[in-house]
Structures are given as structure tokens and as C-alpha cells.
Design a protein around this ligand. Sequence first.
Ligand SMILES: Cc1cc2nc3c(=O)[nH]c(=O)nc-3n(C[C@H](O)[C@H](O)[C@H](O)COP(=O)(O)OP(=O)(O)OC[C@H]3O[C@@H](n4cnc5c(N)ncnc54)[C@H](O)[C@@H]3O)c2cc1C
Ligand code: FES
Ligand code: FES
Length: 1352
Amino acid sequence: MFAAKKGDTLCVFINGKKVTEDHADPETMLLSFLRENLRLTGTKSGCGGGGCGACTVMVSRYRPTTKTIFHYSANACLLPLCQLHGAAITTVEGIGNSKTRIHPVQERIAKAHGSQCGFCTPGMVMSMYALLRNKPWPTMEDITQALAGNLCRCTGYRPIVDGCRSFCQESSCCQSNGDEKTTETKHEKPRLFDQEEFLPLDPTQDLIFPPELILMAETANQQTLTFCGERSTWVSPASLEELVQLKIRHPTAPLVMGNTNTGPDMKFKGVLHPLIISPSRVPELFEVSLTPRGVWVGAGCSLSEVRCLLEKLLLEFPEEETELFRALIQQLGNLGSQQIRNVASLGGNVVSAYPNSDLNPVLAAGNGRVSVVSGGGRREVPLDQDFFVGFGKTLLEPEEVVVSVFIPFTRKGEFVRALRHAPRKEASFATVTTGMRVCFSEGSRVVQDISIYYGGMGPTTVSATKTCKAIVGRPWDEGTLSQAYNVLLDELVLPPSAPGGKVDFRRSLTLSLLFKFNLEVLQKLKEMVKPVIYVAFIAICRVDPTVFFFFFFFFQNVIPDELPEKLLPLPGDIQPSLQEFQPVSDSQSVHDPVGRPMMHRSAVSHATGEAIYCDDMPRTDGELFLVLVTSSRALAKIINLDVSAAMQLPGVVDVITAKDIPGKKERAMFGYSEELLAENKVSCIGQMVCAVVADSKAHAKRGAAAVKITYEDLPDPIFTIQDAIEKSSFYEPLREIERGDVAGAFSHVDQIYEGGIQIGGQEHFYMETQSMLVVPVGEETEFNVYISTQWPTLTQDAVAETLDIPSNRVTCHVKRMGGAFGGKVIKTSILASITSVAAWKTKRPVRCILERGEDMLITGGRHPVLAKYKVGFLNDGRIIAADFQYYLNAGCAVDESVLVAEKILLHIDSAYSIPNLRGRAAACRTNLPSNGAFRGFGVPQGLLVVENMINDVALVLGRPADQIREANMYTGPSATHYRMEFSPENMLRCWEDCKVRSDYNARRRAVHQFNQHHRWKKRGLSIIPIKYGVAFAESFLNQAAALVHVYKDGSVLVSHGGTEMGQGIHTKMQQVASRELHIPSSKIYISETSTSTVPNTCPSAASFGTDANGMAVKNACETLYQRLKPIREKNPKGSWETWVRAAFFEKISLSATGYHRGPDLYMDWDKMEGQPYAYFVFGVCCSEVELDCLTGDYRTVRTDIVVDIGRSVNPSVDIGQVEGAFMQGLGLYTLEELKFSPSGLLYTRGPSQYKIPAICDVPLRLNVYLLPNSHNPHAIYSSKGIGEPVLFLGSSVFFAIKDAAAAARSESGLIGPFSLDSPATPEKACLACASPFIQKIPASEPGSFKPWALNI
Ligand SMILES: Cc1cc2nc3c(=O)[nH]c(=O)nc-3n(C[C@H](O)[C@H](O)[C@H](O)COP(=O)(O)OP(=O)(O)OC[C@H]3O[C@@H](n4cnc5c(N)ncnc54)[C@H](O)[C@@H]3O)c2cc1C
Ligand code: FES
Ligand code: FES
């Protein structure tokens, strides 16, 4: 153990204020210090592992050697407080606020409608702010790079990009939708925001770097710094000598630089380091020295610094000498996020020896080496195959310190390339990554030397030595390479159950990346060889003209001319896009905000970090923190629960088990019951068993880790849908619906096709995890529950039942949620019930904030679906009969699965009139965490199946799918398969409009042309309609209430039953109240949703929130306005304030409730008919993608959406919903993959493993048009609900990928229907393309191995 002296005092400046800390704990990260110690809660926690960017801050430091100040963005969740001695930190609170002055970045993101739930907004603001501090006139590329590591689950990024784009100087940048500068359009079309209002960027307003820190750095003492924490000590030596001595004494202590490897290990794997060494003050680790053979770069340099250095050297040295530099720059542009690269060190990356490190294969291929020092002296070690000895292990001795890394120059004829493929283009570890170097002598094609290294192909960076041997000494040509592919295939073999899965895909990637390298080398050779041969050619032709034909052949065949096309990367520039909506009528009062784009009422608070979410609430006296203990077995008896060790730990106050629950221990649904805490048996990994409460989160976590549960495994857990079908493991009732005579109709058709598709689940990934604080009031068992839920009443009921107290003792308060998407209803009420038991038992406030990993493990998500269908159709494309069978993986509790199954069946007609139609759906009971509501409630899965069937019909008939869609669409007065009448007119208008706006027919031809000229890249186009039913089929849920108070000063407080989760419901309610009371919306305030102001509310769900609550608010306001009528008549010229005051003195009540009794909807499943929806939302979406058939990488080049939402109450909010839902759908269908182990453990428990769309996934053009002249008599002000429907339109990208894959397959002679399951990840898309490389991979015998992940 380190002989610790009394710790030093840490000094850091935060937002210009000096903060000193005598007890800086090495285990404390800046994020918790900011939030818990300094109460700076603007910086958010979304994942805790560097993967989401919600915690972004700016770090500034002074460098005495160059006397410069430098600024960089960083993830506060991975920044150890102790590392920040001498640094200045700027958080979102430090750059502007609503009271004094907001910063232009905050203003522009807010006014461009770049915030919805606002949870990601402070992080976005800070990433952009840090960029502007370094580069006040950024390019679009700078902006997309800066924001690549910031996730947003709500907006779809387009409005954030538009707000940030306004800082660019590029010519096209000002043409964003917000502010089209063309005189023609400027006054014709309404705009979402006005760029002219924006504050100019004024760097003089920025905080200055604290002079005290400059002085401190200039006079830095050479003393060791030590910080002592509860369990760990931090030592920061000031010299290399001292560092070496420390390492001799403590060889196993980690050297923490960026903490991007050590930090996650400590946090997520519970690794404890009693001593941590921070070499960040050792100058040698930051030195750069140039030699004639290359450059030595200090191992402590951050990856961003390395990139800057290499970019600078590119300008100073000839191109041929900097091949390796360029390859590294290429990798550094894609590695992690900007925030990660700004702190992660070069040495840290090398020594961490990740199997898929992006740098190591390139450094190894390029003959890099490291210089290491230890007690035994210095040595240089080559970075070659011997260096990487195992997972995360190198051949270095534990006490050795890497001082610098050598990056050699290349020579003429030497080419180095880095190629990688990742599940998401940015901020994602690579699936396979490679560094390849080949060396030719001048003018020759014969390979002198070659080295090829891969990452992602085993536990270490691996060398393809045999492949290299097969190439060296031979000419670089078709023959050599085709042999090399075969050798490579044998050399880099992955067992079928290799960790990480994707075995066939990874193997094929090794080949296709080598093929890509081949193309690049051929290109280079062409440049290199041509001039030499050309000189010879001219000379020889002069002597013997017949030689001409030989050279002609050489140029045309050996190094073909069409090469450059194949090397082009996928397009990547995000273009300005269009958002069109209908203006309000000229006769509408300018004070009436309804129908106008109005900024989210909390947008400025979001952007300044002032918005309060549940975990931002100040700690209350005696507050405890609750951490759940979950099952590690999928199906087992609980034999023993031993909490004794946990109870001994510091800070632990209690452990809550099922026995502690005073009231109902279970919640019932559809005749099934779900235990709040498992007592005797567990049915999935992640099921809650007990909960530890302690005086801090850290203590509660340690307590939870110490709880010992003994299990006895039960036989035959069921995980997959296939298993469930075999064992008939279903939740009752199984549903069925039929119209016409399906069986009979199949005998009257031209063709029958049977197909199917599997659709993966989806994690909600709301940026704010499940959060709640239960506060006992202290008398008469009264509780205040502050919670992030979509349905406060359900939580109130659940807490009351659990504690066995009346509902009138429980008040639920919901200020706002950081996103919900259906995931904050049922599970939230269960979590609140458990937390309330802890508060009740300990009589103290208890806070429960799930970590991202826990949230993903426990709460479930969208149902995976397996569907089969049989379709009968005529040769002209008309579908006569269709029969669907759906199976949902519901998990271990029924939750809302039966309702989800029902909603799927109610949408199987989609936009089509199929005379004979049948659907059956079964919710499968499995031993996985239970799935439930998720935006769209099953419709996104259900409709994908229908559209896939249509696609199959098109492929069978060899016709474009849009023609089959058109041939079957509803026309004229129509009735659904459950006999609900409706008019499809607006759907058909959307269809036509979308075809025109997207220039569909011309682009279809252009796509065909493109595909004819490209072998390895294909384009795909698709156009998809939707008809989506709005409101609850469970009629009682179609009601809402509101309470409106007018105070004597004229200010108005509106309360209603809807909850704000980013969808802008409070903004819309403010608009409604403003119109009805005839007052500016600035006089209206909405504080929260509370069960004490509006009781018995319904969930904010089913896209029905605005419809129902809007009517209730309207009703209350009408009552109040009516009450003021006599006063107004008496004093018609008076102001609102005078009327209100007069009314008070005349004893007129200034408070009113409003109520809306919604439509009486129903569905009779026995009769198979009903009126389950109030109306339909229609929309059509056209998307085009470009697909790299060698890697499955794709980019959506353009998307056009036309959607009918009646008359929008707030076009900016509604367009935000459309874009956000579309992007969530794009994630569902093309990106997001849940992976479960064969024992039922969810692997994907954070943003590092589970990829939601990031800024790199936004279509390069995303145009949204709200259908004009649409009216809806069924909802407020003729509007329509829009939260859910558009999610399905993300499937247009899926079908565009499928279209591109079909084009690729046709090159190999594969025509007709083929299987592509959802999500169409690069892996699946690539396999579907059936390239020659894919075909080379021998298929593993199914059943002969245990796959790494289950196909659930
Ligand atoms: C969200 C996220 C995304 C990422 N994406 C990628 C990616 O796409 N590609 C990729 O390649 N990497 C990626 N990484 C990994 C990242 O690049 C490495 O974690 C990082 O480079 C390690 O450097 P560090 O300074 O943070 O190391 P630290 O965490 O500080 O230290 C890591 C280890 O290295 C040792 N060490 C550090 N410096 C030295 C030294 N000078 N001498 C001897 N030992 C030393 C330490 O003892 C410790 O064991 C990602 C990481 C995160 C968190
Ligand atoms: S919370 Fe820090 S990156 Fe997610
Ligand atoms: S606004 Fe970005 S996550 Fe909600």
C-alpha cells in the first residue's frame, strides 16, 4: 500500500470560480462533483461511460512551455476530479443563463427547435461551445465532428445541426429551412425560425482563463501531488524518475491519463485500485521529437493532439513520406468521439491493447515502436505481432512505462492504408479494423514487403503473416490477390461462437477490406507505374510499334481505368433541408399563437442547464439512495438471500425485500401477476430481487454488490420466439381477426408466396434513465413522489396499493421527463413502489436513479417479432388474400403485450384494401425481461411485415414495389378489416405529393443508372405509406381534465393531465390557453403535472395527449373567459389585468376545471369489428440510400416525408416529432440491435454496445412537408396527434437498403425474393448482397455450436 502522506489540496476553477478540495477522492469523477458537491446540475448523466455526451464540459489548461491556453471538450463522467488540478472547467451554467445573458450557442439551438426533452441539450451546447472557442467560424465538417459523440433520442438532430450551422461561413449554410435567403421564397413560405434574430457570437464575452492558474503553472512546484480518498490514493509524480520509482514499488497500479479505459473498468466492473498513478505532469510523456526516420510522439499526448501534430507534419513533408501519418489521421478521425479523443492518450490506446484498437493495427503495419522505461533502464520495443499477447495484454512488464511512440516515415513506393468498419459510422468501436502496408521498388509492381494487421478478429491485434508471405515477391495483380484471399480465409478463422458474434460477417470483412486495399494500391500503382512505363512505352514504340498493343492491354486490364469510382467514400455532407407547413390565415390575430411555430417553452432552460429533471432536485435532509439487486439467473428458485455482508458496509442503512412490502406485493394484468420483488423464484436475468438503501449512491452500489443470492436453477428456460412456439408458451388471450374468406380466396389467385421476417426489439434509450425521489411528509403516511413518468396516476395508485394506504396520501409530481417513448409507465410504477417501501420503512427520503446499464437490463423495450405470411395475388399485382401470423417475444411478465398484439392486428391492412385478410397474434412468454409499450405500440413491427410482404410480391413479379403498393391502396370511401369507415383521400394525396416532391420517377431512373455503373456500390429507393389509428381502443382512457387558475396579477397557472417528455405538450397547452383567454402566452405558466391538481389522469400516450388535454384546457379556459364576460362588457377597453382584478372584487371565481370526455371507442374481438380509433394519421416517406456492398455500410442520401396531421397547433413542435420519430424508426430498422447471451443475459447495456442513431445517421437531406388543407373534426383545432405514426416511416430506409441489396444480388444472378431481417444492419445488408467474398465464407453447421448471442 502507498505510504500516504496527508493529501494535498486540489485546486480547480469552475466557471471562473476557484474551488479547492482538501479531500479529493480518486474515485470521484467531475460529473458527480459538479452535480452533488457544487449543485451544478446542468451537466447531465446519460450513460456514465463516455458514450452519450450528455455530460460534456470544456476543460481549459495553460501550457507553460508554449505559454498557450488550450480548450477542449471532455466527458465529465470519465474525468477524475484529481486529474483536474490546475485546470479551468466551463459548464453549461458558465457560458450563459436566462437571468443575465444567454450564449449564442444556447440561443441558436433553442430557437432552431433543437431541444425537445432537453436532456441532451447542455451536452450539445458545450460540444459546440468548445468548438467555437477554438474555431469561431467552423465548417459543417467541424460541427458534425464536434457533435458526433453527443446522442439525442428526440430531435433527429436536424434542428440541432441547423442551429449550429448558423455559425458557419460556408455559402450553403445560410440556406437552412429556418432562413431561406432567396428573395423569391423569403416572404412566401413561413419559416420555423428567424436567423436574423440571433445574437452575434462575441468571444470577448467568454470567461477568461484564470490568471492564478497561469501563475500556478509557471511556478509549478516539483513536488509529488497526492490525493487520498476513502478507498484509493492518487499520486501524481512530477518527474519521469519519480514515476519509474513509483512503478517499481507499485507495478500493478494503473497509470491514468485519459481514464477512458481505467475509468469504465472501475465504474462498470467494480475494479478497485488502491493506488492510481497519474503521469500527466511528467514532461517526457508529452515531448515530440523529429528524427530522419520518423517522429517520436510522447505517450501522454492526447489522440486529438496526435492528430493535429500529424496534420501539421503532412504539410511539411513530401506525400510519399507521410503515408503512415495519413493512415493514422484517417483512423483518428473515426476513433471514439471528439470528447474521447481529447483526453485519451496515445500510450493509453497502445497499452490498453483492445482487440479492436484502431491505432495498433496501423502502427504495427507501419513498423511503429514504443520506447519504454523502467527500473532496468530504457528499451525500444517493436509494435508487432509479438507485442500483443492477449486480451488487453502486451508483452511489457507491469512496471514498464511507455514514454513515447515512434511513427516512421514511409518511402517512395510504400503505401499504407487504414480501413475500418463499425456498426455506426462514428463514435463506435470497429467491428473489424485494419492497417495494411505494402512496399514496391520504384516503377515495379513486384511486392518487396507487406504487412497486414487486423483488429476485431480475436482477442488481440493480429498479423496476417501467412497472407503477407503469399504476396511478397510476387507482382501485385489479380492472380496474387485471389490467392491471398484464400490464404487469408484460412489464416484468420473465427470459431462460430467467437465472442462478439457476427462471425461470417467479420470474416468476410477481412477479405473485403483487403480487396479495398487492393483497389487503392492499384490506383497508386497506376499513378506510380504509368509515368515510368510511359517513358519506356514512347521509346519502345518508336522502335517497334507492335509493342503498343501490349501496353494498351496493360493499362486497360491490369490497372483498369474505372478504379476511382470504387474508392470513393459514401457521401457525407449534410445539406440544408426543407420543412414546409401551412401558414395561419391572414385573419388570425397576431397575438394568437395557435398554428404558429413556437419554441418549446422550456427550450432556453434546456439550453442553459436550468431545466430541472428529477435527479436535479436538491438532496433533502437525511436522504438515502436506493440501488436494486437483480437476478443473475434466467429461471431459478431463490434458495437463500443473504444480506448480512451488505449490512456491514459503511453507509448501508437497510435492504428492502418482498417481505418488507406492507401492501400488495404484486401487480396484476390480464389475469397474470408480476411480483414487485421476487421472493421465491426468478424468471429472467435482471428481475428485481431486493434493494439496498444507503447514505450515498456509491455506498448503495457497494452494498448491492455484497448481497448474496443462492439459486437453484430450474430446467428449460425459454428465450427465443422459436422456443416459445415449440413449447406453446403464450400469454392468453391469443388474438385473431379475419375479413372475407382467406382460405377460399387462395384458390382464386394467380400466384401464392409464403415468406416471413424477424424484427429485433428496441431499447427506449430515453436519455434520462428511470428516476424518482420518494419523500415521506412525516405525518399520516403521506408521501410526495417526484418522478419521471408518463402516467402519474398509475404511480400514485401503485404506491398506495403497495403501502396499503389510500391514494389521497400520495401525490405524484412530474415536472418533465428526459424522454420516455412509452418506457416510463408500467416499469416506472413498479420502481416507484419499491422505492416507496424503502422510504416508508426507513422514514427517510429515498432517491432511485437507475444507471444506464441497470435501466437497459431491467426495463425491457419494444417487442421482437417473428412473423410469417402467405399471400395470394394476381399477375397484375393485386393482392387477393393475405394471412399473417405474428409472434411477439413478451418476456417474463405480460405487461401490455396483449394490447400490443391487438394493435398489430388492427393495423395489418396498412394502407391497402385486401379483400381477404387474416391476422393472428400471440404474445410469447419467455425468460427475458418483459417488454411493453414503445412509441407505435407494435405498429412499427406489424407494418414492416405487411410492407415486406408487398415487397416480396414485387420481387416475385419483377416489378417496382411502389407499383404493387399503388395497385392495392384504399381508394374512395373505405372500411378497414374491422369495419371502421374512413376516407383514404388524404393518404392518396400524401402519396402523390411525396412522389412529386421527391421527384420519385426521375430518381428511380437515376438509381437504375447509378447501379448499372457501379459494381460495389448500389443505390436503393423506396416509398412507403402509413395509415395510423389515434386514441385508445380502451375507451375509458380517452378522457382528460385540467385546472386553470388565474391570479390577481393576471398571471395564469395551467395544470392538466398530460406529462411533458419533450413532445411539447405544455407548449401546446400554453398556446391553447392563450387563444382561449385571449392573452399572450407569456402570461401563462405550467409548473408540473401533479395528481393533487388534476386527479385520475390517463397516460400521455397513443399520440392522444394534445387531443385530450387540449380539449380539457380549452374547456377550463372557456369557462373562465365566460365568467369574465360581464366584467369585460362593463369595461370593454380594459386590460386583462383590470378585468381579473375586478372579477376578484366581484367575487367571481378565477379558478376552473376543464374536462374532456373523449370518443367512445371499442373493439369487439369476438365479432372482429369495432371503432377502436378516433381518426387516422396518414403519411408517406421516400428514402434513398447508397450502400457499400463490400461492408454493408450505407448512407441515407435523401428522405422526403409528407404527413397529414390536420392543422398543426405548433408546426415546429410537430415537425420535431416527425423528424425525431423518423430517426427512431431508422434506428429500429437499420441500426439498433439487442444482444442476449445464450443464458439470457443482455449484453448490450450501454451506448458502447447499443447504437442509437447519431448525427452521422441523419439523411443528408431530410425534407418534411405537412400536408396542406387537411382538417380533422375529431381533435382540437382540427389538428391530429403525431407522436407515434411517423416512426414506421423509418422503414423506408430499410426498404431502400433492401432495394439496393436486390440490385447487388442481381449482379450475382440472384433474382427474386430474399430474406433480410430487421434491423438491416451493415452485417445483414452485406450478407444479403451476397458478394463474392460473402460466398467464400463456409457456413457453420447450424446446431453444431453455441452461438455467442441468441436470435430472440
Ligand atoms: C466511449 C469510448 C469509445 C472509444 N472508441 C474507440 C475506438 O473507436 N477505437 C479505439 O481504438 N479506441 C476507442 N476507445 C478506447 C480509447 O481510445 C482508449 O481507452 C484510450 O486510448 C486509452 O487511453 P487513456 O489515456 O484514456 O488510458 P487510461 O484509461 O488512462 O489508461 C489505460 C491503461 O493504459 C495504461 N497506460 C496508460 N498510459 C501508459 C503509459 N504511458 N505507459 C504504460 N501504461 C500506460 C494504464 O496503466 C491503464 O492500464 C474508446 C473508449 C471509450 C470510452
Ligand atoms: S454521461 Fe458522460 S458520456 Fe454519457
Ligand atoms: S432533446 Fe435530445 S435527448 Fe431529448
